[in-house]
Design a protein around this ligand. Structure first.
Ligand code: GRF
Length: 185
């Protein structure tokens, strides 16, 4: 059995689509959901799906003893599904090429610090981009700069708003994230 640990800070729609994709699998399990936000929707999903979850603060994630929790879960892959904190270097070293992130733009465009969620879509619309999309990439020490595994595009139309673009991007994410994760296991 390969074990995935999901890190998420938000509503958790990507986490849900990953859970749905691997539901009933005899090869892949979601061992743990880690969140830094007590109110995050993803923690409710964990509860409903009866998946173990862990609420962390910066002290926890920045202390190398956090590795013990991950090795107790026999973690094979860490999936960042809308996780807003930078991953500390010790964790990136311990799980080299085993941490994958999804970003709601066509990196390197609209990446880097502060570029997340609606901030990305707002900037894309303000700049009158004709297209946007998603990037699924490995995580290294530099924010949003790890090896790109997959990019998928979507057209940005004149009547798109931050919300409508976010919806289009979410659809793409749900279509491709779990499938790409499977190729890493
Ligand atoms: C996604 O758009 C993802 O690309 C970004 O954060 C959002 C998370 O959405 N990094 P959700 O919590 O999975 O619904």
């Amino acid at each position: 059995m390969k074990n995935i640990v999901i890190f998420a800070s938000g509503a958790g729609s990507n986490a849900q689509s990953i859970i749905d994709f691997f539901r009933g699998s005899e090869e892949v399990a979601i061992a743990l959901i880690v969140s830094n936000k007590a109110q995050a929707g993803v923690l409710k999903i964990a509860q409903t799906e009866e998946i173990d979850s862990l609420l962390i603060d910066k002290k926890v994630i920045n202390n190398e003893s956090f590795l013990e929790i991950l090795s107790d879960c026999k973690t094979d892959l860490i999936v960042l599904a809308g996780f807003l904190w930078k991953i500390p270097d010790y964790l990136i070293k311990a799980y080299e090429n085993k941490i994958v992130n999804i970003h709601p733009s066509l990196l390197p465009k609209y990446g880097g610090k502060g570029m997340y969620g609606s901030h990305v879509h707002k900037a894309v619309i303000q700049n009158k981009e004709k297209e946007s999309g998603i990037t699924i990439h490995l995580v290294n020490e530099e924010y949003d700069k790890g090896k790109i595994l997959l990019q998928e595009k979507v057209a940005v139309t004149q009547d798109d708003t931050t919300d409508s673009l976010a919806q289009k991007i979410h659809k793409l994410e749900h279509l491709h994230f779990a499938k790409t994760i499977k190729t890493l296991l």
